[in-house]
Unconditional design. Structure first.
Length: 448
């Protein structure tokens, strides 16, 4: 049998593409050597957020007196927290499997390797069987990057995010190397469960890709709460559970913790694609155009493998665009990379979309800022918090360039700001949007 589409990788890009193509009556085969759902569902977004929610429940119970609620003898059982995380993952993986079966996709639970390619046929091998398809979608995802720091390899004290999620016991103390999104989310998890945490970041700031006015609110709170954050500091070597770090100024320091979590980024998985002769790459991954096509006529790529924005919802949208192009659907779909919302699930959480001040420096713009306390709902539910909402407005066209927020639950309404950026709303147009009252989302109305 010759399939319309063969997909390597069953993560958000892969299963989204399979579902979309199948619903159009096309035959699809999808290869996944691990579990359906990919990194996000199995060892990334979902398990992390499940653990964070349990930690937040415990943290809120400890601080319930702020709301006139008295809770005594509050405890947690990390083994049960981990069990619940596994249950959530199993349930969602089963849901994806059922969805693909309902859509009549062929799911092959094995690694796939490309054997050959012509402009009308791609031949793959998996588990000793050969498969042919008209089109190929590569969405093999990414893996944790292990930096070449002496003492990291084969060190039982060192964890990556996968091993941290697999743990059924909390570490007595934790050093986190990398103050990006993954590092700060794990810092939140461990801190809220009472684990002493130190974060080491080589850049001058944590979360360097985000708006730094918003980040400063988080850093100030976390340092006041007892999280030690060392920026402008490079890890030079590890010796067991000891870390030698060199600040930009001053002498080297030695730190010690039961475990050291390495979270300094991810790299695309490129194995098994060697037979795709002539396939072009960028510095970050496979080269694709706006329709997710590679330079090979019937080969597409989506997700982390493209090295564009390593977020699950970006991967899903890229897959939709790729399948739409394969089906020659009109109008031609594109991805609005300028309107991709992102969230950091710290406490308080950070949500943003569009340009930062640094990215908008060549565009004439004004900056509007407002404490989240201008929302009555925020004040009611976030005792002692101030938060921040920041909006960048194009002064010439009066359009919204970017929105950056810190304060719970901004992740739940950042999509409204995403619509404004995506559709090029002017301030006057955005003012006509009606927000329900009382909600924290009304801050987007107030700041206009």
């Amino acid at each position: 049998m010759k399939y319309f589409l063969a997909i390597i990788g069953g993560g958000p890009a892969g299963y989204t593409a399979a579902e979309k193509a199948s619903k159009q009556g096309k035959s699809v085969v999808i290869f996944e050597q691990n579990a359906l759902g990919g990194t996000c569902l199995n060892v990334g977004c979902i398990p992390t957020k499940t653990l964070l929610y349990s930690a937040k429940q415990y943290y809120n119970a400890l601080h319930a007196d702020k709301y006139g609620v008295k809770a005594e003898g509050v405890q947690f059982d990390y083994a049960k927290i981990a069990q619940r995380k596994n249950k959530v993952v199993r349930k969602l993986v089963a849901g994806i499997k059922q969805k693909l079966n309902n859509d009549c996709c062929t799911v092959v639970p094995a690694a796939a390797k490309v054997l050959s390619r012509t402009d009308d046929t791609v031949v793959l091998e998996a588990a000793g069987q050969q498969y042919e398809a008209e089109n190929l979608l590569v969405c093999t995802g990414s893996s944790n990057f292990v930096p070449p720091i002496p003492g990291v390899q084969d060190n039982p004290a060192v964890w990556d995010s996968t091993s941290a999620l697999a743990a059924t016991e909390l570490p007595a103390s934790m050093i986190i190397v990398g103050g990006g999104v993954i590092g700060m989310e794990f810092a939140t998890l461990y801190h809220e469960l009472g684990v002493p945490v130190t974060v080491i970041e080589a850049m001058p700031v944590i979360l360097p890709n985000l708006d730094q006015d918003v980040v400063k609110v988080l850093r100030d709170k976390y340092e006041k709460a007892g999280i030690r954050i060392l920026t402008d500091t490079k890890v030079m070597s590890l010796n067991g559970n000891q870390v030698t770090a060199q600040p930009a100024e001053g002498e080297a320091i030695t730190l010690e913790a039961e475990h050291i979590l390495i979270s300094v980024g991810r790299r695309p998985n490129l194995d098994g694609l060697e037979a795709l002769e002539g396939l072009e790459f960028t510095r970050k991954g496979i080269q694709v155009d706006d329709s997710m096509r590679t330079n090979l006529p019937n080969v597409y790529a989506a997700g982390d493998i493209t090295g564009k924005i390593m977020l699950a919802h970006v991967a899903s949208r890229q897959a939709e665009v790729a399948v739409s192009r394969m089906l020659k659907q009109i109008p031609v779909q594109r991805i609005a990379y300028n309107a991709i919302p992102s969230v950091v699930y710290t406490n308080p959480e950070i949500a943003s979309v569009g340009l930062t001040e640094k990215e908008a420096e060549d565009i004439p713009h004004e900056v509007r800022t407002m404490p989240m306390t201008f929302s009555g709902r925020f004040v009611a539910e976030n005792e002692g918090e101030t938060g921040l909402c920041k909006m960048l407005v194009d002064t010439k066209h009066r359009t919204v360039l970017g929105v950056h927020m810190i304060g719970n639950p901004c992740s739940e309404f950042v999509a409204a700001a995403s619509f404004a950026v995506r559709m090029g709303y002017t301030i006057e147009e955005f003012e006509q949007v009606v927000f329900p009252h009382p909600t924290v989302s009304e801050i987007l109305k107030e700041i206009l």
